[in-house]
Write a protein that binds this ligand. Structure first.
Ligand code: G6P
Length: 605
């Protein structure tokens, strides 16, 4: 999704800005741009192609400057055309980049038109540029503070003005923004990752903060306009760009990284001890009587799976809700409920807003399960568990999902132990199963050639159904999501028992029905569901545990999984579905790592 980079230095800063954009590219965008200040004012280059094209333009146009801002845009208001790409100018004096959505832009646009401002783009962003310009009286910091007081919605912005050649001003509300501190130069970005290589010292701005970067320092004002001191944090973990290695796409690489990612995630778990979730977790866990899980997309499906573990292992009532729904509905808060937010990025706007909403309703206990230790979500929760999946580049989440599942299973087992529902022997057994999981995953990954054979067939379909039961129903949902995200095949998932209540009407020879078939208590029921599909000429593609005795037959294609893996089985069963989606997308020739219209980190509502 949208990305911001800004810099004030004594050297030509264009390569730092372009490199920053390149590091944010994987998040998804549909246009990009850069602006620098020179004696005449801001100059810019913009592209509706990739950052590489922008770099070519910059080189050909000899764009150079010591102060600049840059942006990758994921279109919300206005199509991805050059006029709508950022930086947006106001009267050739001011340049601005913006992440987020301004909700009151229509009213502001009318007001600014009344003052003679001409609107060239269809963006909501242009109102911010003109608004700041209209309020500018020789002090950009003051003008931005006055302007943001009039904005409703979510934003992170970076602005420069021709009369202040060594200044970049930033502001944030509902969208992340960090300051990077250098020696005689300072930076701004929507993600610290963008500044890897330029600095390791960061200030994570707080909601409502406005900052001013100059060559020798940074000043920050809080929402009330008071000077604010913010902690400087050393973040060395950003390293270099992630390499693709022998893989064709990052998604494939990340699928195959899952055994390693899970090994790293469980490295901290010698016992199911509350302290894994942070200081004071033991007390919090003793205090709570239920869980409220909030998340979006794939992270939501990991929450849905966890509900089965939490209720069966720990016997703790668990509610799982899509964050964007929860934040806007009237719910009945329970202060004794632990709010668990699950997020790969820790920056998803809806999940962050749902967390704040829950806190506002009086939920005092909060836990983030997240892959980014410096993210807003981890900073805003009482407890946290980091998944250590490593950076995930593919938009379609894979290793982040399976490591979330490991984290959530650990949570369920920890709560079970605290509630006297897990004896020493069971604890040792679950720990052993967790440690064996990477090896078990490797044997599932070895099924890739068989899955490739199926994917040829799938690539010619336009629809697919996914079935699962019990804790494998969310896995079916995740399988369908993966397929639609990257292959653009319409896919839906149902709990298999629901088949006869609707989706059976869709079953014909043309509709592949993917079935997740673990050897669990629901197997016999699932076998009946399989027969219901076969009787109607449907084509079944079944991932069946070794001991299920489901075998190939007419209309029945089976890939044999390892032996049933008990409660952790969903973590194994999602992997062939990831591979099926991946290879089907490859066969259809889509842009697997950057599927159309989607973004890695959805920082707008
Ligand atoms: C986007 C991504 C998904 C992800 C979802 C939630 O839609 O494309 O892969 O599952 O956001 O993201 P989060 O970072 O909160 O897990």
């Amino acid at each position: 999704m949208c990305g911001i980079v800004g810099a004030v230095a004594q050297r030509n800063i264009v390569s730092v800005l372009i490199e920053g954009l390149r590091r944010l590219e994987y998040r998804g965008y549909d246009s990009c741009g850069v602006a620098v200040l020179d004696a005449r004012g801001p100059t810019r280059a913009r592209s509706v192609e990739r950052v590489a094209d922008l770099e070519g333009q910059v080189r050909d146009g000899n764009l150079e400057g010591v102060t600049g801002i840059a942006h990758t845009r994921w279109a919300t208001h206005g199509a991805p055309v050059t006029d709508n790409a950022h930086p947006i100018f106001s009267r050739d004096a001011l340049a601005l980049v913006h992440n987020g959505i301004i909700e009151n832009y229509e009213g502001l646009r009318e007001m600014l038109r009344g003052k003679g401002y001409e609107f060239i783009s269809q963006t909501d962003t242009e109102v911010i540029a003109h608004l700041i310009h209209s309020l500018y009286r020789g002090d950009l910091f003051a003008a931005v503070r006055a302007a943001v007081a009039q904005l409703h919605g979510a934003y992170a912005i970076a602005v420069l003005h021709k009369d202040q050649p060594h200044t970049v001003v930033g502001a944030r509300q509902g969208s992340p923004l960090v300051v990077g501190l250098g020696e005689g130069e300072n930076f701004l970005a929507s993600d610290a990752l963008a500044l890897a290589g330029s600095t390791e010292r960061f200030i994570f701005l707080e909601e409502g903060d406005v900052c001013e970067l100059s060559l020798d320092g940074v000043r920050i004002a809080d929402r009330q306009g008071e000077a604010a001191q913010r902690e400087v944090r050393q973040v060395a973990a950003y390293g270099g760009a992630v390499e693709l290695g022998p893989y064709r796409h990052f998604m494939q690489k990340e699928i195959f990284e899952q055994p390693r990612a899970i090994t790293d995630t469980i490295a901290q778990t010698d016992a199911f001890d509350a302290s894994i979730f942070g200081e004071g977790a033991g007390q919090v866990f003793a205090d709570i009587d239920s869980l409220l899980i909030l998340a979006c997309g794939t992270s939501y499906y990991s929450g849905l799976t966890a509900k089965y573990w939490l209720e069966s292992l720990a016997r703790i009532p668990t509610q799982v809700e899509i964050a964007s729904e929860y934040r806007y509905r009237e719910s009945v808060p329970n202060p004794k409920s632990l709010v668990v937010v699950i997020s790969q990025s820790g920056e998803t706007a809806d999940t962050l807003a749902a967390l704040k909403h829950a806190q506002g309703l009086g939920h005092k206990h909060t836990l983030a399960i997240c892959n980014v230790g410096t993210s807003a979500m981890v900073r805003q929760t009482e407890l946290s568990f980091l998944t250590h999946a490593g950076r995930e580049i593919g938009v379609a989440s894979t290793k982040a999902f399976t490591t979330q599942l490991v984290a959530l299973f650990t949570l369920a087992a920890t709560l079970a132990k605290l509630r006297g529902r897990l004896n020493d022997e069971q604890e040792a057994d679950y720990l052993k199963q967790l440690r064996h999981l990477p090896a078990a995953l490797n044997s599932v990954l070895a099924l890739e050639p068989q899955i490739i054979a199926w994917s040829e067939e799938f690539s010619r379909k336009e629809h697919a159904l996914f079935l699962g039961r019990g804790m494998h129903y969310p896995i079916a949902l995740e399988g369908a999501l993966k397929l639609k995200e990257i292959s653009y095949i319409h896919a839906e998932a149902y709990p298999a028992g629901e088949l006869k209540h609707g989706p059976l009407a869709l079953v014909t020879e043309a509709m592949p029905v993917v079935t997740v078939a673990p050897n669990d208590a629901l197997l016999e029921k699932l076998k009946s569901n399989i027969q219901e599909v076969r009787a109607r000429g449907g084509q079944l593609y079944v991932f069946a545990d070794a001991d299920t005795k489901i075998v190939n037959g007419e209309g029945l294609h089976v890939i044999r999984m390892p032996e049933h893996y008990g409660l952790l089985s969903p973590i194994l069963h999602v992997v062939p579905l990831q591979l099926l989606a991946y290879h089907t997308a490859c066969a259809r020739g889509t842009d697997v790592d950057k599927p159309r219209n989607l973004a890695k980190s959805v920082t707008v509502e």
